[in-house]
Design a protein around this ligand. Structure first.
Ligand SMILES: Nc1ncnc2c1ncn2[C@@H]1O[C@H](COP(=O)(O)OP(=O)(O)OP(=O)(O)O)[C@@H](O)[C@H]1O
Length: 283
């Protein structure tokens, strides 16, 4: 569906070097802190940023060679884009109708009603949540095959985030060939909907794993000095010094549960795993 190979982009002392793939029928998440390179990656996919190197294919082609019809198959939410604040939803309906041959006006209006978005209010007077919902609604209302969503949940409260993620789940359920690339710095958002997760840090992909594997096989060993020296370290990915001894990240939790029953092994949240991948030392 989408393949990024060795994408390079330099901005002063920032160097992006990113490879990732989004497979058909899957939701892929890109997690990264502010300034890690998420938006630069998304804009490069859409031809809005000119890369210094690498290769990006969408539906098997370079974005610039996609036909208008193929481009209509992509639904986009970018953090710094949106409709003019002076427009109202009732003004943008005919625009969308003209822009996309596949625009599903009745679905769009149904969802507008469901999310209680005002038809007659200028978008500049919408709350952050209302603006975010509208952006996602536009992206999912023209039968896109691929959604590219840069931080669609930014600035939303928990309820609004859940509603938005529910919209995406429904979008995926309707057609098994659809895919989504979604970024966030809130890992719990992505954990609940993504099939696989990439972590970007300082422009580099530092981690990629299936969400199921991450949740089932990764763990944090909490060991004292003696236990640390005793354990087999072949499945330890990262180590961090702690007041009690060491935290050790493993991707083979079961191995340590079976062989070292006395050691405390915590499941580890995705945030903890990511923090260890970034800040922990390689053993
Ligand atoms: N047009 C630009 N000119 C110069 N530097 C840029 C430009 N766009 C991005 N950068 C720099 O590239 C780096 C990555 O920015 P990017 O917007 O891709 O990060 P991000 O992960 O999307 O962050 P955020 O979550 O804050 O939006 C930052 O250091 C940023 O200052």
């Amino acid at each position: 569906m989408l393949k990024i190979k060795d994408l390079k982009k330099n901005y002063g002392d920032f160097f992006l070097d990113c490879s990732l793939e989004v497979n058909r029928g899957q939701i892929t998440g890109l997690i990264g802190q502010n300034g890690s390179g998420k938006s630069t990656t998304f804009k490069s996919i859409l031809g809005l940023v000119y890369p210094n190197g690498g290769n990006i294919t969408v539906f098997g082609k370079d974005y610039h060679y996609l036909t208008t019809k193929e481009k209509e198959n992509i639904g986009v939410v970018l953090s710094d884009s949106g409709f003019s604040g002076y427009l109202r939803i009732k003004d943008i309906v005919p625009v969308l109708d003209n822009m996309y041959r596949t625009f599903d006006k009745s679905y769009f209006l149904e969802q507008v009603q469901k999310f209680q978005l005002p038809l007659n209010k200028q978008i500049k007077d919408f709350s952050t949540g209302m603006k975010a919902k509208l952006k996602v609604l536009v992206a999912i209302s023209h039968d896109a095959k691929l959604l590219i969503l840069d931080e669609p949940t930014a600035g939303l409260d928990v309820v609004a985030r859940d509603e938005l993620l529910e919209m995406l789940r429904e979008f995926m359920e309707k057609d098994e060939n659809r895919s989504i690339l979604i970024s966030s710095h809130i890992s719990s958002d992505l954990e609940s909907i993504c099939d696989d997760l990439y972590m970007i840090h300082n422009g580099k992909i530092v981690f990629h794993e299936d969400t199921d594997v991450l949740l089932s096989d990764y763990g944090l060993l909490k060991v004292d000095e003696d236990q640390y020296h005793e354990i087999d370290k072949q499945y330890i990915l990262r180590v961090k010094k702690e007041p009690f001894g060491y935290s050790c990240l493993t991707n083979q939790k079961q191995f340590y549960i079976e062989n070292y029953p006395k050691i405390t092994i915590e499941k580890g949240t995705i945030d903890e795993v990511i923090t260890m991948m970034i800040r922990g030392l390689q053993k």
